[in-house]
Write a protein that binds this ligand. Structure first.
Ligand code: GDP
Length: 369
């Protein structure tokens, strides 16, 4: 046959330009007969699923195939960027198949967290976002907490069907699938990956013991999440690995907080009040007067105000300003997709402005914790 070479494992079109995109093979393997993509290679040899990403169009095309199957859909979302990682419209695409909502990275919340509260919060937010999950499970794929519950819920809902795992990038999908493979399939047998006889080729089928499959789908890249648009070095500092230590700032109006040089928060107007920051500890938070903020930024971006460092500054989109009115009396989060959130405790309300790279979603929501 002629035309572009495809992976003999999953059928995806092979390419050697972008390691994070489907079908990657190193240049020297591209011409080989029976070449397989890096993802299939890793599953075959290391029982290890790696992260690949596609854009929205490809992703929707892939998703719309799920409605025609008889399967359980496992939707993994990231508690650290809940709104940003929910696949909007998922419910439309999956037809009558049940959705298990797996909320990952709960290890990031403080140990003292009231998990019932968080679960109820997830339930309300999921509903607002149009999801109707058959069940919600909180877990940490990295720390293995709640993982038994994930397995139990899958068993209860699966009824001998295939399992489609869907999620945005960086939610921990690969980490979770690798756990599933280890817990679920017969490790004595070498894992094989097989081509999916459908229209979309870049899905990977991982056989289960009962003849069914876990189907790993590529992660969708949502450009409105800060994590998807920053250079790798910045990404590492954005994604927290240890429990967040909430940082409480007692602020007066006309004070500013910088989150490295990635975002800026101005408390413009309101009674003195506290704001609690839930962001990666690798992000330097700098407090200054609103009057001085422009000057501080101009002088210190990429140096004191980091990440990004001086070399990475150019890769960050220019800021957009978001003006937000925080309602009085409520407990409200200001969520900056991919960066974290700021909880406002505003008995009398407040007017704030957030600067974040263009396109990154900044929203108000009910406080998570
Ligand atoms: P994928 O892009 O969805 O396949 O995500 P990965 O499995 O590659 O994980 C993305 C990032 O999130 C990596 O830095 C992981 O170490 C991290 N991660 C995955 N699961 C967890 C978790 O349960 N807790 C925390 N804190 N980080 C996690």
């Amino acid at each position: 046959t002629t035309g572009a070479p495809v992976c003999s494992g999953c059928g995806v079109r092979l390419q050697s330009e972008s390691p994070d995109k489907p079908g990657y093979v190193p240049e020297q393997a591209l011409g080989r007969e029976d070449a397989i993509c890096r993802r299939c290679f890793r599953i075959r040899h290391y029982n290890d699923v790696t992260h690949v990403a596609v854009d929205q169009d490809d992703f929707l095309r892939m998703l719309s195939g799920i409605a025609g199957t008889d399967s359980l859909v496992v939707h993994i979302v990231d508690l650290f960027d809940f709104e940003g990682s929910v696949i909007s419209g998922l419910q439309r695409f999956v037809g009558n198949n049940p959705v298990l909502l797996v909320v990952n990275k709960i290890d990031l919340l403080p140990k003292s967290t009231n998990w019932n509260r968080v679960r109820n919060w997830v339930q309300r937010q999921a509903k607002l976002l149009g999801l109707k999950p058959a069940e919600i499970v909180l877990c940490s794929a990295a720390k293995r907490t709640g993982f038994d519950r994930v397995i139990e819920a899958i068993q209860a809902l699966r009824g001998g069907r295939d399992i489609y795992v869907v999620g945005a990038t960086n939610v921990g999908k690969s980490t979770l699938i690798n756990r599933l493979i280890r817990d679920y399939s017969d490790l004595d047998r070498e894992l094989t990956v097989s081509r999916y006889p459908g229209t979309t080729l870049d899905q990977i089928r991982i056989p289960l013991d009962d003849g069914r499959y876990i189907i790993d789908t590529p992660g969708i890249v949502y450009p409105y999440r800060l994590t998807e648009t920053v250079p790798k070095g910045v990404l590492q500092r954005l994604l927290p690995e240890k429990p967040l230590k909430p940082l409480v700032y007692q602020l007066n109006e006309r004070q500013t907080l910088f989150f490295g040089a990635l975002a800026r928060f101005d408390f413009v107007r309101g009674e003195p009040q506290s704001f609690t920051l839930y962001v990666s500890p690798s992000l330097y938070v700098h407090r200054t007067k609103l009057e001085r903020a422009d000057e501080v930024y101009a002088e210190h971006k990429g140096e004191l105000l980091a990440p990004p460092n001086a070399d990475e500054l150019d890769a960050i989109s220019p800021w957009t300003r978001h003006s937000l009115r925080i309602p009085p009396g409520s407990r409200t989060d200001i969520s900056i997709s991919g960066l974290g959130w700021i909880r406002a405790n505003s008995p009398a309300g407040a007017f704030v402005e957030v600067y974040a790279p263009k396109g990154v979603h900044v929203i108000l929501r009910e406080a998570m914790i």
